[in-house]
Ligand binder design. Structure first.
Ligand code: NAD
Length: 438
């Protein structure tokens, strides 16, 4: 579960022998609980590209108390938010280009770049606004070697409060492995930002498959933010699940989520003991890799049942009874569900289905549901892969390395909190800018 190119000794040998190894940048990560320190330590510039940019001005006013505001003209910076919101035609894009170029020249390593665009209202503004998405994706590939991330938020009548919250996550060091993403902010809850301390205080959460890997990291971070977490995992995972529950003062339900009655007993346990459920993380997942020609029905079925059907049953049960008002729902997909992978027709199908399921929960029911699509993450699931597959997964990416379970867990924690109130029906990749499915 470790990347040999991150080993200081290997780095030293490669350097002294002048070996052309793609040594990846060491990423800045902050896995402490949210606090204002998260942003105060970063010199952050907010760049508007027109005096008419009233939307960006509103966002800046909301961000001011949180960030350590800096100017591109004075010093190097750690984060920049570039607004293209007031740009309606090709001619005006020169101003955007000029400011963005200056910002990039002033960026320290491990910086965060967030670009804002909107949905235009005529052919030219729609075109130029959409072009900024291509700009952001390309820039993420240029800056990744420095550990810098570039993400893009598309605003669709989104209240400034909701845009500001999402910006806070994407300029933080909790989003270090997320880059090249275009996220549409199409939800509008627009409550004022409460304190960013103990974001999930008083909330009850379920994480399926939480005994280890991404699920365990997620349970830990939800608890870090004040949530009561119910760890659901198979009986064989008892030791790990109980140990984790002790560490995070959580609760444990040992059951296979595909078993008859599992969903009903999880639902009953929550209602009897906690009254309602605020956060549901459908994380449990398995792989049974074989090319289609050699795949058995059992290999197809087990994947569809664990990765998809059980998650659907659990979610639908709580929609019928047990969810609080405006629950947060996250489904674990994968970049395999976007791009497909050899030997994974079953897994890719289940993960593409998960993306669709989360989207329909928003589109049809207005629920705050999102899919998270990890790329190559260093866990037990990926440890068993052949070396050349592992190396491909790590190096064929903008950041040239695999991610940690904590990187995925931070994204899930964001999507479980009010910071993501503007985000629904999306699929966000946490993949270090993987070329797979890009
Ligand atoms: P993991 O194998 O380390 O952990 C999965 C957990 O789910 C285990 O604790 C397992 O016991 C539990 N589980 C499996 N079947 C279950 C069932 N029927 N009922 C209850 N619990 C069950 O996996 P991980 O790498 O932490 O992956 C977590 C999720 O992220 C999965 O959905 C996976 O498909 C997805 N994902 C992982 C990666 C990666 O690189 N690790 C990449 C893309 C997507």
């Amino acid at each position: 579960m470790s990347d040999f190119l991150q080993n200081p000794m290997v780095k030293q040998i490669a350097k002294s022998l002048n070996l052309p190894l793609p040594i990846p940048a060491l990423l800045n990560r902050n896995n402490n609980a949210y606090s204002k320190n998260e942003w105060q330590t970063k010199k952050t510039a907010i760049v508007t590209t027109s005096d008419e940019d009233t939307e960006a001005q509103k966002i800046i006013q909301i961000l001011k108390p949180y960030i350590n505001e800096s100017s591109l003209y004075q010093e190097n910076i750690d984060a920049v938010v570039i607004s293209g919101l007031a740009i309606d035609n090709i001619e005006m894009s020169v101003e955007f280009f000029t400011k963005a170029q200056l910002a990039v020249q002033k960026l320290n390593k491990n910086a965060r770049v967030v670009v804002l665009s909107k949905k235009g209202n005529n052919a030219e503004s729609i075109t130029i606004q959409k072009s900024f998405e291509g700009f952001s994706r390309a820039l993420s590939k240029e800056l990744g070697k420095n550990g810098t991330t570039v993400n893009h938020l598309v605003i669709k009548d989104t209240p400034a409060e909701d845009v500001a919250r999402a910006i806070l996550f994407f300029i933080s060091d909790k989003s270090s492995f997320i880059t090249g993403q275009v996220i549409v902010l199409n939800n509008n809850y627009a409550t004022a930002i409460q304190s960013t301390n103990q974001l999930l205080s008083g909330k009850t959460a379920i994480v399926t498959g939480a005994a280890r890997g991404i699920g365990a990291a997620t349970a830990t971070f939800l608890a870090r933010e004040g949530a009561k977490v119910i760890i659901v995992d198979v009986p064989q995972a008892e030791e790990d699940a109980k140990k984790l529950a002790e560490e995070i003062n959580g609760d444990v339900l040992l059951m296979d989520i595909t078993q008859e009655n599992a969903v009903a007993s999880i639902q009953k346990h929550v209602i009897d003991n906690y009254g309602q459920l605020d956060i549901l993380i459908n994380n449990a997942g398995i792989t049974r890799d074989k090319t289609l020609a050699k795949m058995s029905i059992a290999q197809w079925n087990s994947i569809m049942q664990v990765n998809l059907k059980a998650a659907m049953n659990l979610t639908e049960a709580f929609i019928a009874k047990g969810f609080s008002k405006n629950p947060k729902i996250v489904g674990l997909a994968s970049i395999s569900g976007i791009a497909g992978n050899v030997g994974q027709t079953n897994y890719s199908a289940s993960k593409a289905g998960m993306i669709a399921f989360m989207n329909t929960l928003f589109v049809e029911k207005g629920l705050m549901a999102n899919a998270v699509a990890p790329g190559f993450i260093e866990t037990k699931m990926t440890e068993s892969l052949p070396l050349f597959v592992k190396e491909g997964g790590r190096r064929l990416s903008t950041l040239k390395q695999g991610g940690q379970p904590e990187d995925v867990a931070e994204l899930i924690t964001f999507l479980s909190s009010s910071l993501s109130d503007g985000v629904a029906g999306q699929v966000i990749r946490v993949c270090g800018g993987s070329m797979i499915g890009a």
